[in-house]
Design a protein around this ligand. Structure first.
Ligand SMILES: [Zn+2]
Length: 283
């Protein structure tokens, strides 16, 4: 039996990205509610720290970047590091201003032209900053519908805006899910390390999730975090103390390191995982 492919993905968006009712663009969650004035510092420095961690572990990852955050990185991170990042890892799009493209949370229904413009602006920033085109797409809040699909399938190689166990291909366009499972207590758990970053799950929970993915022969185990999340608590709406942030980064490292050490798994980028699954299953 072949190895289970594991894709570690990082959403690089505004700090504690959250929606604002009546506004398509997202803001930053603070202790006083969601601020329209988004902050990017935890996300930018957090991304640099994740890059160093991945270098140490020798793991390729896939980064989904908001156009606006990509532009912010230009001012915060050494350009050479950004170009090296594009060479070692895969780059994808996460919209431009963390738009709720379906209007599900904001109540704002964007027109097709507005969505197209936002996606194009996002990709333009990514191309400028990383000197490469974004290959895949992950929608902010994982909000995805038919209307968005018609735009995304024309612009990207794949989408990854849903939860599940199997890659789904329709009319030549494939969607790669973030892995979703049920733990021993019958509670839902997904590949998002979100509860780990908020102190609600332990690294052991994610190692069990990985074992389950291998046992169930998942197409690909997609794990995800946000570049700011080991540095900024969404629940508290503020930056974490340094010791806590360092500890949470170590937890991410521990999960990745243990999975990497297990011969049942192989870390790949999203498009590499997709290619091998399509070949294997004839999708
Ligand atoms: Zn996001």
């Amino acid at each position: 039996m072949g190895k289970t492919p594991v894709a570690f993905t990082v959403d690089v968006d505004r700090d504690a990205a959250d929606f604002i009712a009546g506004k398509a663009e997202g803001g930053t969650r603070t202790a006083k509610g969601v601020s329209e004035k988004a902050s990017f510092s935890a996300s930018a420095t957090g991304m640099g720290e994740i890059l160093l961690l991945l270098d140490e572990l020798g793991i390729p990852a896939t980064f989904f970047l908001e156009g606006k955050t990509a532009s912010e990185l230009e001012n915060n991170i050494d350009k050479k590091l950004l170009h090296t990042m594009a060479k070692r890892h895969e780059i994808g799009s996460h919209g431009n201003e963390h738009e709720d493209y379906t209007g599900q949370n904001t109540g704002v229904v964007m027109s097709r032209a507005e969505i197209e413009k936002s996606i194009e602006e996002g990709s333009k920033s990514i191309r400028r900053v990383f000197a490469t085109r974004p290959q895949g797409f992950r929608a902010p809040y994982m909000h995805y519908n038919e209307a968005l699909d018609t735009i995304i399938r024309r612009s990207f190689d794949y989408d990854s805006s849903f939860y599940g166990k199997e890659i789904v291909c329709e009319r030549g366009f494939c969607r790669i899910p973030v892995f979703e499972d049920v733990d021993a207590e019958g509670k839902k758990i997904t590949g998002y390390l979100w509860p780990l970053m908020e102190g609600k799950r332990t690294p052991a929970d994610y190692l069990k999730l990985a074992s389950s993915a291998a046992k169930k022969r998942a197409d690909v185990l997609v794990l995800s975090t946000h570049s700011w999340h080991h540095k900024y608590s969404f629940d508290k709406g503020k930056p974490k103390p340094k010791a806590r942030a360092d500890g949470d980064l170590k937890k991410i490292g521990l999960v990745l390191k243990k999975i990497k050490a297990n011969p049942k798994f192989e870390f790949v980028t999203m498009s590499v995982a997709l290619k091998s699954v399509r070949q294997k299953k004839g999708l």
